[in-house]
Design a protein around this ligand. Structure first.
Ligand SMILES: NC(=O)c1ccc[n+]([C@@H]2O[C@H](COP(=O)([O-])OP(=O)(O)OC[C@H]3O[C@@H](n4cnc5c(N)ncnc54)[C@H](O)[C@@H]3O)[C@@H](O)[C@H]2O)c1
Length: 341
């Protein structure tokens, strides 16, 4: 990748990028702060293998942009950010995450963080030893995502005159989020197929929820009502959108559409789509609602995600615009209003 750092960030936004290195622990990390118009920037720490620094920054920038939209849509006093940590054989995880915590603490609270794909509970606990701006209760955050997802899946079901009982849902990914989502949907009587590239995780979740394990290679094409991708992003491509048996897509994986034309491909086929910036917002509502906004009860904001999903679906049906475009417009309007104050 030969792009410069400014080219990797959102050209319309006021993004900042910080690179951190700590040779003794093997830490290499990038932070992108996308927007601070509504308050401190919120976003998790993702840990993964990246070919180079440009790839890390590009991923952080795309995820930070999505966090800005997510916070704005959820009514939070927060902007968006994302940190990514390079996973490699020389990474001393406890030392690296303690060091990362100190780096984040130096920012004085403009970046509020938690877990994300590939970052473990132990990593977060190590980070929280050195940083007061880490929400280390990843289980509580996953349960908050699950509550928001249930509200959004209920909204798509209602749009088809259905309830959650007997609804067939395919859940891709049985990690922190996929597990919590599957448990919550199973408790509401949904019929679940679950899949993970780690067969043990899928098996354990299926046993715990009374659901069925599906082959991870074709879970996206499973003959279900609702597809719920809860693993990696970019899984809904234009080709998949053309072939999808499900009549709705509602997943918590961040940036789950592979490109800008995919939302329209789904809409053109009549597939109901809840943008992941709405469906997955439970965690950031829980974290920011408590630590920044001082809300004793974050439940109403999480429940409101279902109402937002229903409004976007209804507006999309009435206007022909995609739910993704409508969500973008709402988020941009709230941020523009805040910038004028
Ligand atoms: N953790 C949070 O608070 C949070 C909040 C909102 C959104 N999200 C998003 O939810 C998604 C999952 O995050 P998580 O925290 O559960 O991560 P995780 O690392 O705990 O779990 C991810 C799971 O997906 C599996 N997986 C990876 N690729 C797969 C594939 N191709 N097919 C099937 N399974 C696959 C992994 O084996 C793992 O079990 C991510 O996109 C993340 O950005 C996370």
């Amino acid at each position: 990748m030969s792009a410069t750092i400014p080219e990797l960030l959102d050209p319309a936004g006021a993004a900042r990028c910080v690179l951190w290195r700590d040779p003794p622990s093997g830490l290499s990390a990038a932070l992108v702060i996308d927007d601070l118009s509504l308050g401190p920037a919120a976003g998790g720490v993702r840990t993964g293998a990246y070919p180079d620094a440009a790839a890390m920054i590009a991923e952080a920038a795309a995820l930070a942009r999505a966090m800005t939209r997510k916070c704005a849509l959820a009514g939070l006093d927060a902007g968006g950010a994302k940190a990514v940590v390079l996973d490699h054989p020389g990474l001393d995880r406890p030392a690296a995450f303690r060091r990362l915590g100190r780096f984040v603490a130096e920012l004085g609270g403009i970046f509020r963080t938690a877990g994300d794909l590939g970052t473990t509970s132990a990593d977060l606990a190590a980070m929280a030893e050195t940083c007061p701006y880490v929400h280390a209760d990843d289980r509580g955050l996953a349960e908050a995502v699950a509550r928001g997802m249930v509200a959004c899946v209920r909204a798509v079901a209602r749009a088809r005159g259905r309830g959650l009982g007997g609804l067939r849902v395919a859940v891709q990914g049985c990690g922190a989020i996929g597990s919590a989502v599957a448990r919550a949907l199973a408790a509401e009587g949904a019929f679940l197929l679950v899949a993970d590239v780690d067969p043990r995780r899928a098996h354990d979740l299926a046993v715990a929820t009374g659901s069925h394990v599906h082959d991870p290679k074709d879970i996206l094409l499973a003959p279900v009502d609702v597809l719920a991708p809860c693993a990696v992003g970019g899984v809904i491509t234009a080709e998949l959108a053309a072939a999808l048996p499900a009549w709705a897509v509602c997943g918590a994986a961040n940036n789950l559409l592979a490109g800008p034309g995919v939302a329209e491909a789904l809409r053109a086929r009549g597939i109901l789509h809840v943008p992941d910036v709405v469906a997955s917002a439970g965690a950031v509502i829980e974290g920011i609602g408590r630590s920044v906004m001082g809300l004793a009860d974050r439940g109403p904001l999480i429940a409101a995600l279902g109402a937002t999903a229903a409004e976007l679906l209804a507006e999309s049906a009435a206007t022909g615009a995609t739910t993704e475009a409508l969500a973008d417009r709402r988020a941009a309007a709230r941020i523009a209003a805040a910038r004028q104050q």
